[in-house]
Design a protein around this ligand. Structure first.
Ligand SMILES: [Zn+2]
Length: 113
């Protein structure tokens, strides 16, 4: 079963990939001495994470990532930090539950804090 940990890892990887894929940022990073030669490894790790996820979460994550630039968003006080909709109490995971949830309003996967 796909847990929030995998999606969090995927989200972090995408942040990194977005960052190094921006030509202006990449140029700036190279100028200050960063060697950006690990991009292929990041992309491979991304594919590996996606391959281990359930199809429906891959679809939901990729759709939100393409649309908003992020596929995962934190929840604070039952408010989705992606679209600022207050989520119903029933949307919250049960204590100890590691099942993923998706915002019914914006479709981002939710990271309950
Ligand atoms: Zn939302």
């Amino acid at each position: 079963m796909t847990g929030p940990g995998t999606v969090l890892e995927l989200n972090d990887l995408d942040l990194l990939l977005d960052f190094v894929s921006d030509p202006a940022r990449a140029t700036r990073l190279r100028r200050i001495g960063y060697a950006l030669d690990g991009v292929e490894l990041l992309a491979r790790e991304r594919a590996r994470l996606l391959a281990g996820m359930e199809r429906r979460w891959v679809t939901a994550y990729e759709r939100a990532h393409a649309r908003y630039g992020r596929g995962l968003t934190p929840v604070r006080g039952r408010v989705c930090q992606g679209c600022f909709v207050t989520l119903p109490t029933s949307a919250a995971p049960l204590p100890g539950e590691s099942q993923l949830h998706q915002c019914e309003s914006c479709g981002r996967l939710l990271l309950w804090g």
